[in-house]
Structure formats: C-alpha cells, structure tokens
Write a protein that binds this ligand. Structure first.
Ligand SMILES: NC(=O)c1ccc[n+]([C@@H]2O[C@H](COP(=O)([O-])OP(=O)(O)OC[C@H]3O[C@@H](n4cnc5c(N)ncnc54)[C@H](OP(=O)(O)O)[C@@H]3O)[C@@H](O)[C@H]2O)c1
Length: 320
C-alpha cells in the first residue's frame, strides 16, 4: 500500500499537536473519487476542533487528520462515478461534519460532494472558497432568503465567510452593512459594502437599525454580539447565529423583541459550489487569500488564524 504525507492531530490541545506524518494513501470506494490535494483551506472550525471544541464530538478522539476545504485533481474515480474523471480539477468541502482529512496529499470522498473548481483561479484560491462560501450561500440564500432591497448586517465582514457574504448579499440586491476594524473599511467598501461600522470604537446597535437579516459571524462569546443584534432587527427580522448557535435565553429574548433567531451549520453542497464557481469566473465574486503556507506549517497557520484578524482566508499549499 502506498503512503502519503499528512498532518496528524496527535491529541486535543495547541498548534504543537499538529505533526507531519506518513499515513496510508486512501482508496476510493464505489461512487467515490480519490483527489490529489493541491491546496487545503484553513478555517476556524479546524482550530476549534484541534482544541477539543468544534466538531471534536463528531470526530472522536485523535489521532485524525483535520481540514475540510480541498482544491485538487481527480486521480482515480471509483466504480459507478460518471460525472468526474481522472484529470478533472475539482473543489469541495467533503464529508463535513465528519472527517475529510484535507491536510494531506490525497482525500477520498463521494464524487458528488465535489464539483469543477472555478477555472479563472488557481488551486490555492479555489481551496479558500468551499466552507466559507457555502456558509455565506446557505445562510443568505437558503436560510434567510435574502432578496433585493433588504437590509443585511454582516458581522466580521472582513473574515473568510464575511468577505464572501458581503459580496453575495450585494449580488442578491441587498443593502449591506458590515462590522470590521478600521483597517479593513476601505477594502470592504471596494467589495461593495454600503456602510462599515468600526466595532472597536462604536456600538453597532447605535449606528444601524431596520435590519432584515443579521449574519452573525462573531457570536455571543464576544461582547454579546448575537444578543445585541436582536435590537437592530426589524419586527419579524432574522438573526442567523453562525458560530455559537442559539441558546434558550437568546431565543426567549428574540421572541420578546418580535424577531427570529436560528442556529446554522454548513453542509456539503456541490450544486451551490458550481454556482459559486460561476460567480467567481464571471468576476462577481472575488476571494481574498491573506497568506499561503506549506502543508508542513499547518501549526503556524493555526497560530495566525487564532489571532482572529485574518483578512479573507489562509490556505495550505500541498503541491508546490
Ligand atoms: N456554523 C457554521 O457552519 C460555520 C461555518 C463557517 C464559520 N463558522 C464560524 O463563524 C465564525 C467566522 O468564521 P470565519 O471563517 O469568517 O472567521 P475568520 O476569517 O477567522 O474571521 C476573522 C475576522 O473576524 C473579524 N472580527 C474579529 N472580531 C470581530 C468583532 N468583534 N466584530 C466584527 N468583526 C470581528 C476580523 O476583522 P478585523 O481584523 O477587522 O477585526 C477578521 O477579519 C467563526 O467562529 C467560525 O467558526 C461557523
């Protein structure tokens, strides 16, 4: 059996628990593809899971390989696969919330959890897209049904999900308000945000209101952002509480304010990724990659991400 390089999580804890190892190369079952990973996106759920939170309850005890965002090339197609073939350039967020093992040279997954990557960008940029863009798409389109003329507030507008969500909300015809530190304001206006609030100097609820949909990418763990967001919603408006879900207390307060609140968890969705690839190739959606590190520096990627001020995304390069 041939082996491959991967980054193993050797135990729950800090970034030092991420260790380069050799492991057996996986083989595709019927209906699965084996994908040669060219680049793997890094997401907050990766370091939350590494620390024993995030999806650790689903994944069980380490060792296991983290990572869900993949851009790469189909190496082998299992029996029954008719829509992809060896040589196809694909991207996806397979298996979530089960382990995908994207911090590795190869992954296997159901073929229909991948789709063709956007052709106008390289694998590094494509690997930055799936989890963040599916979160933006599924919260704005599928969960909130955002439409033209609505007012949408996006917290953490400069982050991985946020910078894609602001562009999608704008594309859907919404008036977009975002929260971010001052250093990101000019860039966010360039992405189409109508108003940016500096959350470090201004209470956002004093600066905006009449909001139809809040996409909260900060949560109640930081400064009661979810709870405070209830006050800016119009009657009947919707809070999508992305990072920390909706506590019974938050639900009660939402009812008192005459607004709605929903938890959210992203799901694999290749048809949505195909539409997102089209938006990228048409130039409607641009994806910011703050930095790229080699696979062996996954620990350093986590250290940088955990500081909480990534502009756009951080990606691990697996094939240089
Ligand atoms: N439930 C799900 O399915 C799901 C899916 C995706 C993500 N998430 C969660 O959603 C959150 C965001 O994910 P992400 O990938 O976008 O994270 P990220 O890229 O790490 O977010 C970094 C951004 O957060 C901004 N920020 C930090 N504190 C802020 C605050 N108090 N108010 C406004 N902005 C703030 C920073 O902007 P400045 O530098 O300007 O401060 C930075 O640009 C994470 O907690 C993640 O785990 C959940």
């Amino acid at each position: 059996m041939s082996s491959m390089r991967a980054i193993s999580l050797t135990g729950f804890g800090g970034p030092e628990k991420l260790e380069p190892v050799q492991v057996p190369r996986p083989e595709p079952l019927p209906t699965e593809v084996l994908v040669r990973v060219h680049a793997a996106g890094v997401n907050p759920v990766d370091w939350k899971t590494r620390s024993g939170g995030g999806m650790s309850g689903v994944l069980g005890e380490p060792p296991f390989v983290l990572g869900w965002d993949v851009s790469g090339v189909v190496e082998e197609a299992g029996f029954g696969v008719t829509t992809l073939a060896p040589g196809d350039e694909v991207y996806g967020m397979p298996w979530f919330p089960r382990a995908a093992g994207a911090y590795a040279e190869y992954v296997t997954a159901p073929s229909r959890q991948f789709t063709r990557k956007p052709s106008s960008v390289d694998h590094v940029t494509a690997a930055a897209v799936p989890l963040a863009a599916l979160t933006a798409w599924q919260s704005l389109v599928d969960t909130a049904g955002v439409g033209a003329g609505q007012r949408v507030l996006i917290h953490a507008a400069a982050g991985g999900v946020g910078h894609i969500a602001v562009q999608l909300a704008r594309h859907l015809g919404a008036y977009v308000v975002g929260t971010a530190g001052a250093a990101n304001h000019k860039w966010l206006r360039g992405l189409g945000v109508d108003e940016v609030i500096d959350y470090t100097s201004t209470r956002f609820e004093a600066a905006t209101g009449d909001i139809d949909v809040v996409i909260d990418l900060v949560g109640d763990e930081h400064d009661d952002t979810s709870t405070r967001s209830l006050r800016v919603l119009r009657p009947g408006g919707l809070l999508v509480a992305v990072p920390s879900g909706v506590s019974p207390e938050l639900l009660k307060r939402a009812a008192e304010h005459g607004v709605r609140a929903t938890p959210f968890l992203v799901e694999p969705d290749a048809p949505a990724l195909a539409r997102i690839a089209d938006l990228i190739d048409q130039g409607t959606l641009t994806v910011e990659v703050e930095d790229v590190l080699p696979l062996d520096q996954a620990a350093e990627a986590h250290r940088r991400g955990e500081r909480g001020h990534t502009r756009g995304k951080r990606v691990l390069s697996v094939v240089s």
